[in-house]
Design a protein around this ligand. Structure first.
Ligand SMILES: C[S@@+](CC[C@H](N)C(=O)[O-])C[C@H]1O[C@@H](n2cnc3c(N)ncnc32)[C@H](O)[C@@H]1O
Length: 247
C-alpha cells in the first residue's frame, strides 16, 4: 500500500509554493520488512496510514526547499538506521548528531509495551543533519540535552516536546513533513496534515486525550499567518481503547 498521494514530490512543491525553510522535521511513512505484523503502519485491519518506498522518500525534493544553512531532524526506526542516513544525505544534509526519545510510563520507568524482533524497543532516534556554512545550533542548543523522556501515545505519534526544542535550537521558518495535524507557527505538509485523529484501537493515553499536546490543528498545508484556528483543540473523536494494542 504505497502512494496515497500519486506524486508526493509534486504535492510538496505545490504546498511550499517557492518558500524555503531553515529547519525541517520529517517523520516519513517508512516501509518495514514485515508489513503484516501489528507494527506495520499499513497492517490490513488496523490500516493506520499508507507507506512510501525508500525510493519515493529518497527522491523528495527537500534540498530544493531549504535555506543555507538549514537543519534537518529525521525520525528513523531503529531497524532502518542505514536507510535513514541515506535519506538524510539524499536530501542534501550532513549527519551530525542524534536525539533519543525514551518512551516512559506514567511512573517514569521504561515503557516496555512495544515490539521488537531482537530487543524490545523503548527508544526511537531522530537523526540531526545540517547543510551550509555556519550551521551550528542556536545558543539554547548548546545546553539542550539530546534526550526526550515522555509517554508514548498512539501508533507512530511522536512527542510534542520536539517542536519547542526545534524552535529554540534551530532557525526558522520551520517545516514539518508527514505531519499528522498542523502546528502553530509551522508549515505542515502530509496527507494527514489537514485533519487527523486516530480511528483505530489504541492506548488510553493518546494525542486526543493528552492535554499537553495542545496545538493540534486542522488546516491543510497550513502556514504561519494563514491559520485562524491556532490553538484550537484537537478533534474530539476519542479512539476506542484496546488493551492489547501494539506498535
Ligand atoms: C510516521 S507518520 C507521521 C506521524 C507524525 N509525526 C505524528 O507524530 O503523528 C507518516 C505520515 O505520512 C503520511 N503519508 C503516507 N504517504 C504519504 C504520501 N505519499 N504523501 C504525504 N504523506 C504521506 C501518512 O498518512 C502519515 O500521516
Amino acid at each position: 500500500m504505497t502512494g496515497s498521494f500519486p506524486d508526493a514530490a509534486h504535492d510538496l512543491l505545490q504546498c511550499v509554493g517557492g518558500r524555503s525553510f531553515g529547519s525541517v522535521l520529517a517523520d516519513p511513512p517508512w516501509q518495514f520488512t514485515n508489513r503484516t505484523g501489528k507494527m506495520a503502519p499499513e497492517h490490513k485491519r488496523l490500516s493506520r496510514y499508507a507507506t512510501m518506498s525508500l525510493a519515493e522518500i529518497l527522491t523528495l525534493p527537500v534540498a530544493a526547499i531549504v535555506d543555507d544553512p538549514a537543519h534537518l531532524y529525521l525520525w528513523v526506526p531503529n531497524a532502518l538506521l542505514p536507510e535513514g542516513l541515506r535519506v538524510l544525505a539524499a536530501w542534501g544534509f550532513t549527519y551530525k548528531s542524534n536525539l533519543v526519545w525514551h518512551k516512559v510510563r506514567k511512573d517514569g520507568e521504561p515503557d516496555g509495551r512495544g515490539v521488537g524482533f531482537y530487543f524490545r524497543n523503548t527508544t526511537e532516534l531522530i537523526l540531526f543533519g545540517v547543510r551550509g556554512r555556519k550551521a551550528r545550533t542556536l545558543a539554547p542548543g548548546r545546553s539542550q540535552v539530546n534526550i526526550i523522556r515522555s509517554r508514548k501515545r498512539e501508533h507512530s505519534r511522536k512527542p510534542d516536546e520536539l517542536y519547542s526544542l526545534i524552535e529554540a535550537c534551530s532557525p526558522g521558518p520551520h517545516l514539518e513533513l508527514f505531519a499528522r495535524g498542523a502546528r502553530s507557527g509551522w508549515t505542515s505538509w502530509g496527507n494527514q496534515a489537514a485533519d487527523y485523529a486516530p480511528d483505530w484501537p489504541t492506548y488510553a493515553h493518546n494525542s486526543q486525550t493528552d492535554t499537553h499536546a495542545g496545538a493540534s490543528q486542522r488546516l491543510a498545508h497550513s502556514s504561519p499567518g494563514e491559520d485562524d484556528t491556532r490553538g484550537a483543540p484537537a478533534k474530539a473523536r476519542r479512539p476506542r481503547r484496546a488493551p492489547g494494542a501494539s506498535e
